[in-house]
Design a protein around this ligand. Structure first.
Ligand SMILES: NC(=O)c1ccc[n+]([C@@H]2O[C@H](COP(=O)([O-])OP(=O)(O)OC[C@H]3O[C@@H](n4cnc5c(N)ncnc54)[C@H](OP(=O)(O)O)[C@@H]3O)[C@@H](O)[C@H]2O)c1
Length: 386
């Protein structure tokens, strides 16, 4: 029995994680859940999985949750950042699934790592904002970081048994999002509804918009560099619209290993939960004869400048990736609320980055301060554009 603490249990990754758990009740037990505002779904999850501790975003949500949970179940109900940290360090958890969205996942993930807990990491913003700090803390405390992002899981799977120094380059695949073939002029008119329709994956709203701008791939390039200890110039991107090859590793002898599968997040989640074993999963097998064609092309950095910004932020290093991430969170929220246009998202990010002088990463407190500065700066830019 592996005991799990799941942060972001009501989100897309959280729900997929719990569906893997439900398929394998003899393998996994849930000891803690943390969510934001969706207390009705959390109450259902409490009833089904019986965690001992749960946490929600704020006191009001905790009060609403208490009304919904039958007294017979009585989990400890906490709230706010302290509650999320308590869930991340819940006594008895063998693995923490970090699947909140955005930099809000940073503190609880760091707390889990500081407590020496292995982390199945979906929350890529954590590694973008504070990657070197997280990796150093993980090493110091012997906490394994197992990627959940499908691309990083693919690389993680492909390098099992390989020597790090034999890797020449990592290749992340990207679907290209819903606007892959659109002219730049048309991109100016994109609506939130159009941007929320991802061709291959069903995901939360923030990452879906990030996929449409290709900021998601920018975040993943930074995440890959941090996780696998390589400069971003050794992390390339292929546009692969079928989303079947989840990423590739090129070795020094020219050999390339790829991992393939149907685009279903339960696969990388199940691997992260059961690593180093594999567990069976229900679902349609990959039928390559049905797919017939797998295509790969270079990304267009002119139409999708967010990807270029990701490389720029990683090369600048230090606090710059945290600025990129925070400004992007503000810009995506503003776009979803109809306050800025689609092409304004990378503009807000770039202008915030231009105003920032990166400093070497020192502490979580510094990252949180930089994150706050970037959010305020980006929010001002958004109001000007409005
Ligand atoms: N979805 C995917 O297929 C996918 C793939 C790869 C990587 N990821 C990464 O995984 C992470 C989660 O993505 P997602 O698509 O699952 O997002 P999502 O569906 O929007 O879910 C986000 C989760 O975070 C919770 N949350 C948000 N703000 C919170 C706060 N202030 N305090 C506590 N909890 C909070 C939400 O709670 P409520 O809903 O209850 O408010 C929800 O449980 C992201 O970092 C994303 O980049 C996702």
């Amino acid at each position: 029995m592996k005991r799990l603490a799941i942060l972001g249990s009501t989100g897309s990754i959280g729900q997929s994680t719990l569906s893997v758990v439900a398929e394998h009740p003899q393998e996994f037990e849930v000891v803690a859940l943390a969510a934001g505002q969706n207390v009705s779904l959390l109450a259902e999850q409490i009833e089904q999985f019986r965690p001992r501790l749960v946490s929600v975003q704020d006191e009001a949500a905790a009060a609403r949750l208490k009304e919904l949970v039958p007294p017979s179940l009585t989990p400890q109900i906490l709230f706010g950042p302290e509650g999320a940290v308590a869930a991340a360090t819940a006594p008895g958890a063998d693995l923490v699934v970090s699947a909140m969205v955005g930099a809000v996942g940073l503190e609880p993930t760091m707390a889990a790592v500081a407590a020496g807990r292995p982390v199945a990491l979906a929350n890529k913003e954590t590694l973008v904002a504070a990657g070197p700090l997280v990796m150093a803390l993980a090493q110091k405390n012997g906490a394994a970081l197992i990627p959940v992002d499908s691309e990083h899981s693919a690389i993680f799977q492909a390098i099992q048994g390989q020597r790090r120094e034999d890797i020449r380059k990592l290749w992340l695949t990207a679907s290209g999002g819903p606007f892959r073939t659109w002219e730049a002029s048309r991109l100016a008119q994109v609506t939130a509804t159009e941007a929320l329709k991802h061709p291959n994956w069903s995901m939360g709203p923030k990452i879906t918009i990030d996929s449409a701008t290709m900021m998601n791939k920018a975040l993943e390039v930074i995440e890959a560099g941090v996780l696998f200890g390589l400069p971003v110039d050794k992390v390339g991107v292929y546009i692969h619209p079928q989303s079947i090859v989840h990423s590739l590793v090129e070795f020094v002898d020219g050999s390339v290993l790829a991992q393939l599968g149907v685009p279903d997040m339960r696969l990388p989640i199940a691997y992260a939960l059961s690593y180093p074993r594999r567990i069976p999963l229900n679902g349609p097998p990959l039928d390559l004869s049905q797919i017939a064609r797998l295509t790969f092309e270079e990304p267009d950095l002119e139409r999708f400048p967010s990807l270029r910004l990701g490389y720029d932020a990683a090369r600048a290093g230090g606090t710059m990736p945290a600025v990129l991430n925070a400004a992007n969170e503000v810009a995506v929220a503003a776009f979803l609320e109809g306050r800025i246009k689609f092409p304004d998202i990378p503009r807000v990010v770039e202008d915030t980055m231009t105003a920032h002088e990166p400093r070497p990463l020192e502490s979580l407190a510094q990252v949180l301060a930089v994150d706050r500065w970037a959010r305020n700066f980006a929010a001002d830019l958004v109001s000007q554009k409005k």
